[in-house]
Design a protein around this ligand. Sequence first.
Ligand code: FAD
Length: 448
Amino acid sequence: MPERLVVVGGDAAGMSAASQARRLRPDLEIVAFERSSYVSYSACGEPYYVGGLVASIDRLVARTPEEFAARSIEVHIRHEVSAIDLDKRQVIVRNLQDSRSETVGFDHLMYATGSRPLRPDDIAGIDGPGVFGLRTLEDAVRLKQIADQGPGHVVLVGGGYIGIEMAEAMIDRGWKVTMATSGRHVLERTLDDPMGERADRAVRDYGVELLTEARVTSVEDQGSQQVVSGEGFSLVADLVVIGLGAGPEVELAIAAGIPLGVTGAVAVDDRQATSVPGVWSAGDCAEVRHRVSGLPVNMLLGTVANKTGRIAGTNLANGDARFPGVLGTAITRMGSTEISRTGLKVNDATTAGFSPVTGFARGTVSAGYWPDASPMAALVIADRNTGQLLGGQIVGGPGAGKRIDVIATAIWAGMTAAELAWVDLAYAPPFSGVWDLIHIAARRAADA
Ligand code: FAD
């Protein structure tokens, strides 16, 4: 009998692990179970599908079950793993089409169940039928169908990445959009105030009615409409979408006795191994180490899911790969304004024991005299005592956002702000000033 790998969850982490294991161990039997109707899909593309930029949902599917079958990876969609028995080394799988359950044994188990949108208990009615989250492709299809019936008024609860991207999508579809966030500004968990305020401006300039410090306390279902209320506001909506963050999907792990870490996600070492022999985990449901703080974090990013899945696949196939950690580098946009960040923001740096100082620079993406040069701002965060780079944030017009990769690379390499201030970056007037704003922000952080 060949050894069998069972994969629970068929998206980025699970299928990266399966594909890598197949490359390294042609002899391994690989079976993946996915409860939705799609595997290996791009959740990241969902807002752009709802907004009409991506023409068909199939474009968001990287590989179908048939394509996996051609690589000897057996994929069962609409199959939910309902229990894991670690002693018997088996999972119970329910076929969601006929509700029948079967037992499947495993030698290796890849736990890659991802995350789910948070629906906080202190918002009455948040579980109502008229309140939508965005996670699977099926969620995106449903939201697109509703968007197609509009235009109407959508209230977005939460000012995170999904809220921002859905706001752009629904404006593009002609809807009136109101965003209510309890934060002082959008993206409060990932941006410091000067950059968050710039992001707010971009949101408002795109036509979104943005309510900050507006904590939603209830959503009342009135049939075809919903009333979204909080202290001092009440909004009548045709559609409510929540984007209040997400948490790791760990119920199965808890029930099975797979240990969690301090963040509430599955605890793994840098080989993506849990403390249960033969059980691996990666992606949104698992912890990773932050390279700057050294602390465990639960980083819900596709970049991390693909990489950690590949690491798990290598190791479970008898290889030896170690995940080097994350910086939390992320990017989004609001219309033509690009918003990006990496590393620690100021208060997180303080919590992690650093003495953060910042360097802020404001100017234009291209040379100041370039026609239609669009505004850009950069923030660089460093440690006062050592100069070590800790983080960076950028808000600006086209061409600004991906500059964050320069700061991320510098942090990754352990550089100081003073060193970043002299890095040989490309320059010509259509692209930047002769001193890039990153240089200037880094120099100011070094001098602070
Ligand atoms: P998931 O993608 O959540 O996949 C887990 C899968 O497991 C799901 O398909 C689920 O149905 C299945 N599953 C769960 N439990 C079971 C069970 N018991 N049995 C069977 N199947 C089960 N990241 C970025 O880096 N950049 C972006 O621009 C970006 N944009 C995003 C936009 C949106 C709208 C969303 C929702 C996410 C975005 N992300 C982005 C995050 C990124 O999509 C996730 O980090 C990534 O998908 C995580 O992959 P995963 O495999 O760990 O989990």
